[in-house]
Design a protein around this ligand. Structure first.
Ligand SMILES: CC(C)(COP(=O)(O)OP(=O)(O)OC[C@H]1O[C@@H](n2cnc3c(N)ncnc32)[C@H](O)[C@@H]1OP(=O)(O)O)[C@@H](O)C(=O)NCCC(=O)NCCS
Length: 196
């Protein structure tokens, strides 16, 4: 494939958003839709993969300036991969690998020694992180409380006449089976880490 990894530019924004939403469509992040590209408070690495003038992949890594300020593990300075996506027509052709390699070589500019990445339960994505040298170090549950029967007795409001219809929650307890029994949409959110 004719592939170029280069820094993100403002003119890429529409193609960046389209690539991300298409990439996520068949994953557990299918409804995590952005309408504008995020910007970061800390120094960042923002790269795109371009093939024949088309944006086919992207990676954003934010580097922390104080240990533990954005990373889960407060050990040395780390960088968080906030966005990683390869267009579905270009997946499994080495684009993700090239993006990660380029981000790693830029990581020394941020003085970070580790990358952290959060992902849900998509087997392909998990396989990619593990093949790329990442190790799962923590997980908890993402719980969507969407249906009236699920919300019954759980969602309430202190505002008169305001009824809460749905909610998104984090579950960090140990009875995961109970949570999975009670709610239909539950994801395991996993933290992967890799030393650089
Ligand atoms: C995860 C992702 C970034 C990987 O990028 P990629 O360019 O497709 O992957 P690469 O070509 O670098 O690596 C391919 C390897 O990763 C693993 N892999 C990637 N996708 C896979 C899938 N759907 N099923 C099984 N293994 C998969 C395999 O080990 C594969 O090697 P193989 O094809 O020889 O079996 C990309 O598939 C993607 O954008 N997925 C959807 C969005 C997403 O989940 N983003 C991360 C959110 S946190």
């Amino acid at each position: 494939m004719d592939l170029m990894i280069r820094p993100y530019e403002r003119r890429d924004e529409k193609a960046w958003l389209e690539c991300r939403v298409l990439s996520f469509l068949q994953t557990a992040y299918f409804d995590d839709v952005l309408q504008s590209k995020p910007h970061y408070d800390n120094p960042s690495i923002e790269l795109v993969a371009e093939s024949r003038g088309r944006i086919v992949g992207l990676i954003d890594v934010e580097g922390e300036l104080t240990p533990g300020s954005i990373c889960f593990r407060p050990e040395g300075l780390g960088g968080v991969i906030w966005n990683l996506a390869v267009h579905p027509e270009y997946q499994r052709q080495g684009v993700g690998k090239e993006l990660l390699l380029a981000a790693e070589s830029s990581a020394k500019d941020l003085s970070v020694t580790r990358f952290e990445a959060w992902t849900r339960d998509d087997p392909g994505t998990k396989a990619w992180y593990e093949r790329s040298g990442f190790t799962e170090i923590y997980s908890y549950l993402h719980v969507y409380i969407d249906e009236a029967d699920e919300a019954q007795g759980i969602l309430s409001s202190t505002v008169d006449h305001l009824k809460v219809m749905r909610s998104f929650a984090h579950y960090t307890g140990t009875d995961r089976d109970d949570i999975r029994r009670r709610f239909r949409r539950v994801h395991e959110c996993r933290l992967y880490e890799r030393e650089l």
